[in-house]
Design a protein around this ligand. Structure first.
Ligand code: PMP
Length: 372
């Protein structure tokens, strides 16, 4: 079986697993306790913040450990929310953890703007500029789209936000970018950045929110005051330490080059059939979104699963009909029905991706034949 759903989750690496075990069994103490072994765990946790900041290219700011990016995204946006006539701006392509929250804010009576996507799948930069005002409180735009792999120009976005919305907090969901693209948070100039461990060979149930100025972020839960009082609750130390180790052992540059070649070979094998449409421009090499004409993507996914595992666009919303990202790019429901997302990992071989592409093509053609 060839696993091509690495944007949904990845296998934990050995190094992370070792770290997870060590901080679960040998060094299991509560980092908030006051005896020496526990204090040492607390020190290791604080060192892990500094190590993660280094991976992010951030000299300024702090790290708040969370249970994953869904929590990080909610904390970023809700924690930056303020009373009064503030406005909130989101791209139309956001992950459910941002998109559904944006809709909830709207329901609560807040002024919420959704910025359209262009045909290629990037945020419409001109439309973003027009929607910003001195009253904008939060702007939330993802780095790499989890459905299409399309990369937004975060530097350009931060410049637009700084120029047009001086009071705005810029949040970036960086889940599909961190440990995959090379960047420096200081250079990108963002205020808040979410990441999730299980997308880069770390454990599930761990994530982080990078915060440039933690004084501006409010806590959502009340408790013992862990994580600077912003995210109370005993930290999931094994998962956090595993996450940071996973981030450190990844060779982002080398993996990028390898995955670029894997994706090119995969696309090469599938191109030429006009019934298969590739979606998105300027996409990450880690993700390829395709629309298969005339079949249901779910049926195709199930027909493939013994040989090749693929995704539908977002594992979190896989069971829902439609897809708001593809709709925002102008595709109709009929086209979206045939959506399949494949997502790569540097551990794959060229032979595997070429074989997977061949299997996908024959299975698709067999299904089409059956449906005639
Ligand atoms: N944002 C993006 C872009 C994602 O791809 C995901 C995972 N599907 C999340 C947020 C949610 O991450 P988690 O699974 O850690 O809650």
């Amino acid at each position: 079986m060839i696993y091509l759903d690495n944007a949904a989750t990845t296998k934990m690496c050995e190094e992370a697993l070792k770290e997870y075990e060590y901080f679960s069994c040998s060094n299991f103490y509560n980092p908030s306790a006051i005896y020496l072994p526990a204090i040492k765990v607390g020190v290791a946790l604080d060192e892990a913040r500094a190590r993660l900041k280094k991976c992010l290219g951030a000299k300024k700011g702090d790290i708040i450990f969370t249970s994953g990016a869904t929590e990080s995204n909610n904390l970023a946006i809700r924690g930056s929310q303020r009373e009064g006539k503030w406005e909130y701006v989101f791209s139309s392509g956001e992950h459910a953890s941002v998109y559904n929250l944006a809709n909830a804010l709207k329901q609560e009576g807040k002024t919420v703007h959704f910025v359209p996507l262009n045909k290629g799948g990037e945020i419409d930069y001109e439309a973003l500029e027009k929607l910003l005002t001195p009253k904008t409180r939060v702007v939330s735009v993802m780095f790499v789209n989890n459905v299409t792999g399309v990369i937004n120009d975060i530097k350009r976005i931060s410049q637009i936000v700084r120029q047009n919305a001086p009071s705005a907090i810029l949040h970036v969901d960086g889940v599909q970018a961190f440990c995959k693209l090379k960047f420096s948070l200081d250079e990108l100039d963002v205020d808040l950045f979410s990441l999730s461990a299980h997308k880069f060979h770390g454990p599930k149930g761990a994530g982080a929110l990078y915060v440039k100025n933690k004084a501006a972020l409010k806590n959502l839960v009340f408790g013992g005051g862990q994580e600077y009082g912003i995210r109370s609750g005993t930290e999931n130390v094994p998962a956090i330490m595993g996450m940071v180790k996973a981030a450190e052992v990844i060779d982002v540059g080398a993996n990028f080059e390898k995955v670029k070649c894997l994706k090119a070979a995969f696309l090469q094998e599938l191109c030429g059939d006009e019934k298969i449409k590739f979606v998105g421009e300027n996409a990450s090499p880690y993700i390829a979104m395709m629309l298969f004409e005339g079949v249901n993507g779910e049926t195709l996914t199930r027909a493939l699963e013994e040989k090749v595992i693929v995704g539908r666009g977002s594992a979190c919303s896989a069971k829902k009909a439609g897809n708001h990202v593809l709709s925002a790019m102008g595709f109709n429901l009929g086209q979206i029905k045939g959506a399949i997302r494949v997502s790569f990992d540097a551990s794959l071989t060229m032979e595997q991706v070429v074989e997977a592409a061949k299997i996908i093509k024959t299975t698709y053609l067999q299904l089409l034949e059956k449906l005639k």
